[in-house]
Design a protein around this ligand. Sequence first.
Ligand code: ADP
Length: 400
Amino acid sequence: MQEKTDSILSTRGLGFSYGNGKPALSDVTLDIPKGKKTVFLGPNGSGKSTLFLHFNGVNRPDSGEVVFEGKAVKYDAASLAALRSAVSVVFQNPDDQIFSATVEEDVAFGPLNAGLPNEEIEKRVEEALRMVGLEEFGERPTQQLSFGQRKRVSIAGALAMRPSLLVMDEPTAGLDPQMVHELLEMADEFNSRGTTVVISTHDVETAYEWADEVRGLHQGRLVFSGQPEEFFDREDRLLHEMGLTPPTVLSLNRSLHQLKGTSLTPYPRTLSEAVHKAFPEKKHKAGRLIVKCVDERMEGGAASGGPGLPRTPHNRSGIYGSLARRLAQEGKLDVHYRFHALESGLMEAAEGQDFVLYTDTALCSLAEEKAKRLERNAGVKVAIVHEHEEEGTGGPEKEG
Ligand code: ADP
């Protein structure tokens, strides 16, 4: 079932060459759906970075056009400034993006250039640094940061523009596994707050689990546009030609289809969906995902002499989102899972255990969405219980 979505940005017949005779992009026509998470896949040199630099007008097409919010992009200074305050592109290598001496100065660069008043700039810098978990690093020299921290600074710089479209070129490249999860969690959070997010990656597992939409590029041409399942589960040679293998979850799904005759659809998106789809006969009662929404009000809690946040009595607990992460870092939340907690929590709950997830209000709906998907794809009904529902009645089950 495909819902109709507006596109925030489109390209029409885009062609571009760096002047060496060989086109980097040929006749690329595509849409980026508004409010969604889109992943671009394609081997090195397929044109992803070149395309992304058309999204914010750094590259100007030789032919065709870029359309943003229904209007063809123009290339005079004022139009470009307006486009770049709405579309932020984060480069693959943070060192191509970070120029200032300190973190704060670097993050302030875009808003300063856009001529915003000082007070507004300060507010935005603080907010962006909090979103990426670098609020303590404002005065640090950028030279003294690790690669992962520099990556976060470059993302904060993009966020400080409060873009409606955030484009990140291979944001997970070079990061350790925890940072990869944290980065995708951040991207979920920006998306939950209304930003359309586009990333490129070579990691098919990430792409399949995270994306709402996939676009495939090969030799400068668009070779796929559609849902992740359609892209990854196919009989033709497209994946092979693009140098990709299917995600493990989909290979498992296909093997079960061959060996046990299990239906290919609905396609599982996560390991827990695949496992529960494979063993439907295991009829235990699912546990609950107890969602405790943290908010700014709670933040000062313990420090300001207020009630503070409870230390969770549950062994199975985790944090999801930047505010919950900060509270855990400050020692105000004691949790087991510090990353990949939503998926881990759903997996534990599907296996019959209660799990407590501390999350930001903006992300609560994502937990519900993923629980619904688990029910739809694997027939397991994990009840989402909000904090206040847990006490007293034990919490009514939400309808899936
Ligand atoms: P991807 O991001 O998918 O790796 P790119 O957009 O970087 O692909 O590259 C697309 C094509 O354009 C490649 O053939 C690459 O060699 C060429 N290219 C990229 N940047 C430049 C540049 N600055 N000058 C000349 N050619 C370039």
